[in-house]
Design a protein around this ligand. Structure first.
Ligand code: IMP
Ligand code: MG
Length: 173
């Protein structure tokens, strides 16, 4: 059993998501936003964000593999589940849980751009800038965090802890 210490409280996360939802609703006023979540990590953040948005929202999901049951990136990214709907002409926001090396987001962005959305923006709940290997332009981020392996709010350690309502650091024995 790992020891988890709190890094960002539920209250802090939800306050930040409120702000992000307000800003997005303002920027896309009068439009419908098509949110694409990368499974499974982004689901919790995406739902909380979508619930707070005051403009029409549609949702789709994609699953890519980049990590095994490990805390290190394999460097390999492949599509495990593709989108259900075409995105051509849509106002797309790609939603991620965390931007780490940048491999996942840069790969998914290239795939999505080729499908000709009207606009494509990228947002993430968390950003670990120290770990970047591939550059990724972010339109919005929730929090910048230090280079620690974290769990909760969708993020897992060997598929566990996604349901923690806060962001915690895994203390290795
Ligand atoms: P990237 O391709 O290296 O940017 O990795 C992004 C993905 O790695 C995220 O969507 C997460 O699934 C996973 N990941 C990166 N850092 C962490 C972490 O600290 N805890 C849990 N998962 C992480
Ligand atoms: Mg993920």
């Amino acid at each position: 059993m790992e020891k988890i210490s709190v890094m960002i409280t539920q209250e802090e996360i939800e306050k930040r998501i409120d702000e992000m939802a307000k800003e997005i609703s303002h920027v896309y006023e009068g439009k419908t936003v098509h949110m694409i979540g990368i499974l499974k990590g982004s689901v919790f953040f995406m739902c909380e964000l979508a619930k707070r948005m005051t403009i029409p929202v549609t949702l789709d999901f994609m699953s890519v593999s980049s990590y095994g049951n490990d805390t290190k990136s394999s460097g390999v990214v492949k599509i495990v589940k593709d989108l259900d709907e075409p995105i051509e002409g849509k106002e797309v926001i790609l939603v991620e849980d965390i931007l780490d090396s940048g491999r996942t987001l840069s790969y998914v962005c290239e795939i999505l751009k080729a499908r000709k959305p009207s606009t494509l923006k990228v947002i993430t709940l968390l950003d670990k800038p120290d770990r970047r290997v591939v550059p990724v332009f972010l339109d919005m981020k929730g929090f910048e965090i230090p280079d620690k392996f974290i769990v909760g709010y969708g993020l897992d350690y060997a598929q566990k802890y996604r349901n923690l309502p806060y962001i915690g650091v895994v203390e290795e024995e």
